[in-house]
Design a protein around this ligand. Structure first.
Ligand SMILES: Cc1cc2nc3c(=O)[nH]c(=O)nc-3n(C[C@H](O)[C@H](O)[C@H](O)COP(=O)(O)OP(=O)(O)OC[C@H]3O[C@@H](n4cnc5c(N)ncnc54)[C@H](O)[C@@H]3O)c2cc1C
Length: 406
């Protein structure tokens, strides 16, 4: 089978569909393909999205994908000191990714995109040494698709990133290995708060999340830094549920109805995400928050930029790396500094021993956490100084160097 299009989007996750939708709004001719025959399944996601920050504001959230409105969060430090943040009104949502991804693909198609599901990309097509499309397989049949621009939105193990050489692989240390149960009969204190549990014993470089989907159902999962810790992500999760004082309490009668593993790129964006006739977005581009692991919002915002730039380039008949670099410039203007700071913060927090995290939890407010993780300066020095703890002040001084503390 041979097909021709202007813009080919590989991957129908949030990054791919956002790329397609924004390109269509600019009048582009778009084909979106995915190797899955049913996008959104299996779910490799905690399924939480925010209304603000790198957000879903760029697209309308499919209403039937919202399962629970969220007002804020509660962080538990290793000794279970709490840091709370809650807005009076919903500030985000728990979504059902099965529905979310599929509805966004439906929206792209309703807006004018063509879609082929079940196409697994295996090679890039070249004409005169230039990328000119992809080769894939659909139901055992070879498929060749020619395109003026190819967008690789094909996730953490992006084939397009590998084949193009833009990212041969994600370094082990930059991979976050995740394991998650969806459980029922969970004892949930506040159904509108996301819970996070920190600490080296709980989850080295990562955290345990308890994200409520209803009054007794939650996604309970964690991610651990590549090569870190003494156990697998699955064993850390089992330990939290069986041995952590809070985990034991909330999961006493809990039953797992789903178990998933997954991975995240936590080492920041790739140094380069464009080539002649090709761009990368979302997880394929490494556009994931290095501390929270949130990637849906970035994939959507960066994908929307990529879609616009692709159509502008196609219209101008210049799809060179130089023309497509406008995409890099636009998304970097929004997020490059934030990623850079968050990578440094990730390093500091990973190195911090559990007692230091407990001390930090005593001086931070929820608002501080929101600001810190958005790369904004917080003013907690006086409060910390009053405690007179040298280790804490050293950490805050390091944060000051990152321009995260006033
Ligand atoms: C356990 C876990 C929990 C997470 N929790 C959250 C959370 O709560 N909130 C949040 O914001 N983020 C979360 N994330 C991150 C978030 O899921 C990703 O950042 C987001 O899905 C990235 O979107 P994307 O479109 O770039 O890639 P994906 O959603 O991964 O989509 C990529 C698509 O490409 C397709 N594809 C892959 N290879 C090929 C190929 N060769 N040919 C054709 N198609 C291909 C795949 O089938 C897939 O549909 C979590 C991640 C994990 C692993």
């Amino acid at each position: 089978m041979e097909i021709k299009t202007d813009l080919l989007v590989v991957g129908a996750g949030p990054g791919g569909t956002a790329t397609a939708i924004s390109a269509l709004k600019k009048g582009g001719k778009v084909l979106i393909i995915d190797r899955k025959t049913h996008v959104g399944i299996p779910v490799h996601c905690g399924e939480a999205i925010g209304k603000t920050g790198p957000s879903i504001a760029e697209i309308e959230i499919p209403e039937n994908a919202i399962v629970n409105p969220i007002r804020g969060f509660r962080i538990y430090s290793p000794n279970l000191t709490k840091v709370d943040y809650a807005k009076p009104e919903p500030d985000g949502y728990m979504i059902d990714r099965r529905i979310f991804d599929k509805e966004l693909l439906a929206k792209a198609c309703e807006t004018g995109a063509e879609a082929f599901v079940g196409v697994n990309v295996t090679e890039l097509l070249y004409k005169n040494d230039q990328i000119s499309g992809i080769v894939g397989r659909r139901l055992g049949e070879k498929v060749e698709i020619e395109a003026k621009v190819v967008v690789g939105a094909d996730g953490v193990n992006s084939t397009i990133a590998k084949l193009s050489g833009l990212r041969k692989s994600v370094k082990i240390k930059d991979i976050e290995s995740c394991a998650q149960y969806e459980m029922v009969n969970v004892k949930i204190d506040d159904t509108d708060l996301l819970e996070f549990y920190l600490g080296k014993q709980v989850s080295p470089r990562g955290y345990v999340w308890v994200f409520p989907k209803s009054e007794n159902r939650a996604n309970i999962g964690l991610g651990i830094g590549g090569g870190m810790g003494e156990k697998t992500a699955f064993h850390y999760l089992q330990d939290f549920i069986k041995h952590n004082p809070r985990g034991k309490e909330i999961c006493k009668n809990a039953k797992a109805i789903e178990f998933r593993v997954g991975a995240l790129p936590m080492g920041g964006p790739n140094p380069k995400n464009v080539q002649d006739n090709l761009m990368l977005v979302g997880d394929a581009a490494g556009q994931v928050h290095p501390i929270t692991g949130g990637g849906i919002g970035y994939a959507i915002v960066c994908g929307s930029i990529a879609g616009e730039v692709a159509v502008e380039a196609i219209t101008e008949e210049d799809t060179s790396e130089e023309a497509l670099s406008l995409y890099e410039e636009r998304w970097q203007e929004k997020y490059a500094k934030e990623f850079e700071q968050m990578l440094k913060l990730q390093k500091l927090l990973t190195e911090a021993e559990d007692p230091l995290l407990d001390k930090l939890a005593q001086v931070l407010t929820g608002q501080n956490v929101i600001e810190l993780t958005a790369g904004k300066k917080i003013g907690v020095f006086l409060k910390a100084a009053a405690k007179g703890d040298r280790q804490l002040l050293t950490l805050l001084n390091q944060l000051r160097h990152l321009q995260l503390v006033q």
